[in-house]
Ligand binder design. Structure first.
Ligand code: SF4
Length: 348
């Protein structure tokens, strides 16, 4: 599969196969470079090298004062020499790359690193005893704060098909949001000139629309995909949009973007996907004869019980799609090619 436009994604540099680790080695991930590299244009960064620690270098780890310390109450110090403290340089470096990372639509971090780990990083007391595994790498944590909705995942977890598919879904959605709704991303703050409602720009359908109309059109196109991830939260988002006129455009953009990314971060269950597929089939049923309806119903049931893949149902729904004149069902992202069909989920 050749992707005409690759999506910019940040990545821990050692995952690219570059020998930047403390021991002079790398942690090359073929899933990242060979599989996801088909659709991602990587921005590789190694914070520890960037702050001048060199290769090879003495190891560092996360220090906390006591058990249960908050995630930000850590220092990154030398394992052998506690006077080496690189906490501030790592945080400052993260702040310095924020402008460069405005363009990325996802970030892949190396696990278990006091700089890059996203979860479960081992934390230590001053006496050298490991106290818990509740840490987050200081560089990764700072980027979480700077880009609260940016899809993030760890290299190791991307070896899992479901987690990889979920990360891809989030990156595609985040990328689409910035192409069709907001034109730029400046961390928490969004440039005010993006929010001139008189400024009509192409939405997801390509038609020139006001900002609010672009948000609603985006939500509408993603509705069944969102429902496949979390029905209640999708309905709650619909209510937010119904009251959208009372919100400033910057508030609305932040709120809706955050809710969409939160909903998509929950892996879609087969049950919820089945429900969304049945809703989609419902839009087409008036255009199907009795035999076709029964065949589609049976296929969705086969998917529900695990006898048929999702792609089989999507293929049949897409086959019947041209019969409907209604734009709502044609716009559904759920019915577009999914990561597995793009060849991005199978790797051997
Ligand atoms: S985990 Fe992060 S800091 Fe460590 S070598 Fe990889 S990119 Fe560099």
């Amino acid at each position: 599969m050749n992707f005409s436009r690759k999506i910019p994604v940040g990545i821990s540099q050692c995952a690219m196969g570059d020998a930047v680790r403390f021991n002079g080695g790398h942690k090359h991930s073929k899933v990242c470079t060979e599989l996801l590299g088909q659709c991602f244009d990587y921005v590789p960064l190694c914070p520890e090298v960037a702050i001048g620690m060199g290769v090879p270098r003495k190891p560092i780890h996360l220090l906390v004062e006591k058990d249960g310390a908050p995630v930000d109450a850590v220092r990154v110090i030398g394992v052998d020499d506690a006077s080496v403290d690189v906490t501030a340089p790592l945080r400052d470096y993260a702040d310095s790359v924020v402008p460069e990372l405005q363009k990325v639509r996802g970030y892949i971090f190396m696990q278990n690193s006091p700089s890059c780990g996203l979860r479960g990083v081992r934390r230590y007391l001053a006496n050298g005893h490991g106290i818990d595994s509740e840490g987050v790498g200081v560089f990764a944590r700072r980027l979480q704060q700077q880009f609260p909705h940016l899809p993030m995942e760890e290299v190791g977890r991307l070896n899992n098909n479901e987690l990889r598919e979920n990360f891809l879904t989030r990156v595609f959605a985040y990328d689409a949001w910035f192409r069709y709704v907001e034109s730029d991303h400046t961390g928490d703050a969004v440039a005010q000139e993006d929010y001139n409602s008189a400024d009509k720009r192409p939405g997801i359908s390509g038609r020139p629309l006001s900002f609010l109309a672009r948000v609603i059109e985006f939500y509408t196109a993603y509705k069944y995909l969102l429902m496949a991830h979390h029905q209640d939260k999708t309905r709650a988002l619909g209510k937010v949009l119904a009251d959208a006129k009372s919100m400033s455009e910057a508030e609305l953009a932040f709120e809706v973007r955050g809710r969409i990314m939160d909903i998509l971060s929950r892996p879609a269950s087969r049950k919820d996907k089945t429900n969304a597929l049945m809703h989609s089939a419902g839009h087409l049923s008036e255009f199907l004869d009795k035999r076709e309806k029964a065949e589609l119903k049976d296929l969705i049931e086969d998917y529900r019980v695990g006898h048929k893949p999702l792609s089989a149902v999507l293929t049949m729904l897409r086959h019947y799609l041209p019969r409907s004149p209604h734009s709502f069902i044609h716009s559904q992202v759920l019915l577009a090619a999914e990561p597995a069909e793009l060849g991005l989920c199978d790797f051997s």
